[in-house]
Design a protein around this ligand. Sequence first.
Ligand SMILES: [Zn+2]
Length: 363
Amino acid sequence: MTSPLAVGERIIALLDEGLFTATYKYGVLLGLLDLSLERGADVGQGALRVTTAQLAAKVLAAYWPQVRPLPLHEGIIPRQSGRGSRDARIVRLIADYKQRTAKEWASPFEVRLRRHDDYGRLVIEVERVLIEMPLPRLQYVGASSDEFLYQINWTRDVSRTLVARYLRGERTDFDNVITLRPGVASALIQLNGLLRPLIQRSWTLKVAQLNHLDEMVLHDFLFGQERVALARVRAPLAELQEERCFYCGERLDSRFDVDHFVPWARVPNDNLENLVAAHAGCNNAKRDFLPAVRHVSRWRARFDPEARESRELAGIASGRQWPSEPAATLGTARAIYGKLPSSAKLWVLADEFEERGTASLVL
Ligand SMILES: [Zn+2]
């Protein structure tokens, strides 16, 4: 079993390693972090098995908002690989797709809902890149490979024909499983609050360097939440909550916000279950803190199939064509809250906080 500290140190070493000319390693690391959060709570210290297709969906989601013109920069989409080479293939795929359909879909999940075939093809192309490039190369620090994060059953020399046949859905002996070593998923969950900002910052620095841009401007462009898109579910969420603020329970005014219950800074999750209507004041006071246990207990009702909330949420998701992944969202919350020390500060209301304590929390 690997200790969290050891995993953290090795990932920091990876971030410093200059082996990659494109930004793929950041995408892969964030993708593994997301999958550990969604699926890792149940494996404990065990090994977590995920597939290359699952990782591809996460990596696609990370790149998607980044492939758009930079404001005030003559409509240029920031490069994500060195000048000598063509731009990173994942970036080209997304840029081509957006140009071809002339649509600004808010997220790949929206493409999945509205244009299922296109989405499938994009994921397959991202999966091809991951299999051939970063996955078999990522764990090289210096000249030696050390599979400290995950184990896969192919190498850098994998046959492209074999991969192509696998991606066409033919029966092959290509094994698409990525096995996170025992303890790694658990460590990633525990270190999420440290590693995510660190990986995002390294990614930002790399893109700033490649494009001669200011890092401060770029971070929000690459990783900020796009509030505009949330407008589509704003009114139905308020209705679901009977026009009351999710946190303080008082009536909503006209300027209320859509808030990410598990904060966006902890995990970028736009699924409907994770969105609540809240006063702008309550939302601002909450910032990137996790909500207190009392809020979690109320939020939990959204996942109870018998509860009115869960039925109405399902109705909103299909009516507004908004992504909804209850199991993944709940899994993520379970993973994050499960790793909190009893001294962790949770947000109650306004400037009031409380410690996580030892009270049991059903998630
Ligand atoms: Zn409020």
